[in-house]
Write a protein that binds this ligand. Sequence first.
Ligand code: ADP
Length: 216
Amino acid sequence: MVRVIMLSPPGAGKGTHSKWLTQRTGATHISSGDLLRAEVECGSDLGRQVASYTERGDLVPDELIFSILAPAVVAAARHTGGYVLDGFPRTMPQALRAAQFGADLALTANAVIYLTAPEEELISRLLDRAQRDGRSDDTLGVIRHRLAVFTKQTAPLVDYYRGRGILIELSTDRPEAEVQADLLDGLQARGLMPPLTAPSRPDHAPSAGANAAEDR
Ligand code: ADP
C-alpha cells in the first residue's frame, strides 16, 4: 500500500491529485488543511488558536499540527495500511519528526510527490478557487504571503526528500490526465503500484521463454 507525501506550493493541485490518488489506491487521504479548517469550524479554543495563523497565511506551530496529524496517520495505517498526506510535513522540523515517528511505527513514507507550476498560474488558480469556494485565506495578499511562506519554510524539504531518493517531481501546468499518468508511472517505477494493465497474453498461450525452450 502506498504511503505518500504530497508536497507543493498552494494552488499546484495538491488537494485534487491527493483525492484522485486515494481513490486510485485505497489509501487514506489525510489533509492537514481540512483537519485544521474542521477545528476552526467547530469553534473550539484550539480552533480559534488555529484561525489566528491560517487567516494570515502563516503556518500553525509544529507542535499543534503534530498533535492533530499524528493520530490521523496512526488511524489511517490501521484502517487501510496506507496514506496520502496532503499538506504535511511543511517545515524541516515537521519532516524530521515525521521521519522519526514513521521509523518508530514502521510507517515511513515511500514516496514524496512534488507538484509545481509557475507562480502566476498558482495565483490565478487560487483566485478562481476563491470565487468558487470562498476560502477566507484565498485573498491576493494572503495568497502572496502563503507563497512566500512556502518558499522559505517548505521548499527546503524538496532537497531533503530528493536526497533520500524518494522525490517524484511533476509539473501541473498541463492537463490533469497527463499529470496523473506520470504520477502512476513514477509510483510503478518504484514498485509501489501494480502495472495499469495485465499482460494481454491468454493463460493457455506459451510464453516467449517456453517457445524458445521448445525450439531448442
Ligand atoms: P494551501 O496548500 O492552499 O495553503 P492547505 O489547505 O494545505 O492549503 O493549508 C491551509 C493552511 O493551513 C495553511 O496556510 C497553514 O496555515 C495551515 N497548515 C496546513 N498544513 C500545515 C502544516 N503542515 N503545518 C502548519 N500549518 C499548516
